[in-house]
Design a protein around this ligand. Structure first.
Ligand code: MN
Length: 250
């Protein structure tokens, strides 16, 4: 059994190191992760320059590119055999609802999924690492469960851990993605050289956090597991669209 692990916080992130240490007793583990933080990178690939692949003293491989670059390079030439599972994280911060579209953590996993390999993205719903141990223990349980009893069909799981110590975690819940309000306004500031610059504002608060969503599960102290797909087609609109384009054919 061979697991490829990546992340978007960079190869020195505590969440990656702790996850790797934990999963080593389940499988052979290869780490290919970004050199620096690429949170919010989504599925971007670097196409304007070549990528350097370097080996850290601890055996981790790091790439001066995005999370998707890392998994892409790993699967298309770097690794001598195909992994059985691609795992990403544990991310420093939530990836719930709309976050999943921007997330580099989810992107690293989805790159594996696009290559037909089961994949899991792990995120800790906190900007501190204070409950990382509990998240790692839950991640280990989930990976072991997937290896022993795989989910059928294409597998892309988005997992969020509550910011709670192990004893206070209520359980594991299967969820759908909720929704956020639009992100907060950009923050205007000035450089020392007089140029006005803008920081992208923080993500919005939960808008749809109703029962069954990832937000709701986390709020109630559960680990949230959402099965994702990458087909963006609005299937419910397809028949209307067929009618809509008809006059354009005349
Ligand atoms: Mn991140």
């Amino acid at each position: 059994m061979h697991i490829l692990i990546s992340n978007d916080d960079g190869y020195t992130a505590p969440g990656l190191e702790a996850l790797v240490a934990s999963l080593r007793n389940l499988a052979e583990v290869t780490v290919v992760a970004p050199e620096i933080n690429h949170s919010g990178a989504s599925n971007s690939l670097t196409l304007t320059r070549p990528l350097a692949v370097r080996h850290a003293a601890n055996g981790f491989i790091y790439v001066n590119g995005t999370p998707s670059d890392c998994v892409h390079v790993a699967l298309t030439g770097l690794l001598d055999r195909r992994p059985d599972l691609v795992v990403s994280g544990i991310n420093n911060g939530a990836n719930m609802g709309d976050d999943t579209l921007y997330s580099g953590t989810v992107a690293a996993a989805s790159e594996g999924y696009l290559f037909g390999i089961p994949a899991i993205a792990f995120s800790l719903v906190s900007k501190s690492w204070s409950n990382l141990d509990a998240a790692v223990a839950q991640a280990h349980r989930l990976v072991a469960h997937q290896l022993a009893q795989p989910v059928t069909g294409p597998v892309l799981l988005n997992v969020n851990f509550p910011d709670l110590p192990a004893a206070q975690v209520k359980g594991v819940a299967a969820t759908r993605l909720g929704k956020r309000h639009p992100s907060q306004p950009v923050v205007r500031s000035a450089t020392p050289y007089g140029e006005t610059v803008y920081w992208i504002g923080p993500a919005g608060a939960a808008n749809d956090a109703s029962e069954g969503t990832d937000f709701d599960a986390i709020k109630r102290g559960f680990v949230s597991v959402t099965p994702l797909r990458l087909d963006l087609t609005q299937h419910a609109q397809l028949s209307q669209m067929t009618d809509w384009v008809r006059p354009l054919c005349e």
